[in-house]
Design a protein around this ligand. Structure first.
Ligand code: SAM
Length: 309
């Protein structure tokens, strides 16, 4: 049974961080808004939590990290979740290890993938991530397309002075040419230590969106996904993800998060309202898990509100 929060918003998607480890070191990373934790959920524990989440109307699960592909049991996790009443199982990955594992993941029930790609230039890629592995990522994208994952989304974070000029044009061409969806993401200031990076690299998506709007065949709004606008082109799409100071984004947010240490997290931007869901799992209390979901959903509130506009 669907449960709405105190602002009338349903909670239909669960974004689960399964590890804090990552094989890249992107200088802007918000770590999914998570602070360091000293415990990690097993595959079985994740599945038990998701199962109860479905009772509250959650039917979409996104697995994230850190980097989800550094966990050896990712296939097991995907397999267990896809047995549940979930209609969409996806991952967000840097793509480095995707080529090696995507076939197994697809067989286990993975429906689709978001792959982070901020640049097509090897030097810039290394500057952003600390590793010279762009070729591996591009191979990973091709492998994901080959096994038929659909849609594949490319997550491109707009960084002032790094990829905001011709690079974005190249990425659009690359993405539209492959039938993937390009998601242009605004840099967010989530953790206090990201403040300086935000000041230096944040760039509004408005000017690029204006250009895209003029060229697109049509525009659509994903009301059930933070009211994101997507621009349709013959054979492709570009989606705009601009959360900062955007009350519409929050008003239409349907997402609950889970940290790798097993805390339900009502909002990316906050850590003062987490709810421990792993302890009731370890105590074998289904009612305790239900209670944790109820509490977390009741703690959901729009971070950016209309008054702030
Ligand atoms: N390692 C995986 C990956 O690269 O996709 C999953 C974790 S990563 C934190 C998930 C997404 O968050 C990536 O697409 C990344 O670009 C985005 N991201 C990271 N830091 C961000 C920030 N400060 N603002 C906005 N998006 C950010």
């Amino acid at each position: 049974m669907e449960m709405k929060d105190n602002y009338g918003r349903p909670t239909t998607s669960l974004r689960i961080s399964i590890t804090q480890d990552c094989d890249l070191n992107c200088f802007y990373c918000h770590n999914e808004g998570c602070e360091k934790e000293d415990r990690e959920m097993t595959a079985d524990e994740i599945a038990k939590i998701v199962e109860i989440g479905t009772e509250f109307g959650m039917d979409k699960v996104k697995i994230t990290g850190g980097e989800p592909l550094v966990r050896d049991d990712l296939t097991e996790i995907i397999g267990a979740i896809s047995q549940l009443n979930i209609k969409d199982v996806s991952i967000t990955t840097n793509g480095v290890k995707l080529g090696e594992k995507v076939e197994d993941l697809a067989s286990a029930g993975l429906d689709r993938a978001n792959i982070s790609l901020d640049t097509l230039d090897s030097e810039t890629y290394e500057k952003i991530t600390g590793k010279p592995v762009l070729d591996k990522v591009l191979e990973g994208i091709d492998s994901a397309l080959d096994v038929g994952l659909h849609p594949i989304k490319l997550n491109t974070l707009m960084l002032d002075g790094i990829n905001d000029g011709e690079e974005i044009e190249r990425l659009m061409e690359y993405s539209l040419g492959r039938g993937t969806i390009l998601q242009l993401i605004e840099l967010e200031k989530v953790l206090p230590e990201n403040q300086k990076i935000y000041e230096k690299y944040h760039k509004s998506l408005d000017p690029i969106e204006e250009k895209i709007r003029k060229r697109a065949d049509d525009v659509d709004t994903r009301w059930l996904m933070q009211a994101r606008r997507k621009y349709l082109f013959n054979g492709g799409e570009i989606e705009i993800v601009n959360p900062m100071h955007n009350s519409e984004f929050c008003k239409y947010c349907t997402r609950l998060r889970m940290t790798s240490g097993g805390y339900l997290k009502p909002c990316l931007m906050r850590n003062d309202n987490l709810v421990d869901v792993l302890t009731p799992v370890r105590n074998g209390s289904k009612d305790g898990i239900r209670k944790a979901f109820e509490t977390a959903i009741n703690r959901r509130e729009p971070y950016f509100s209309e008054e702030e506009k």
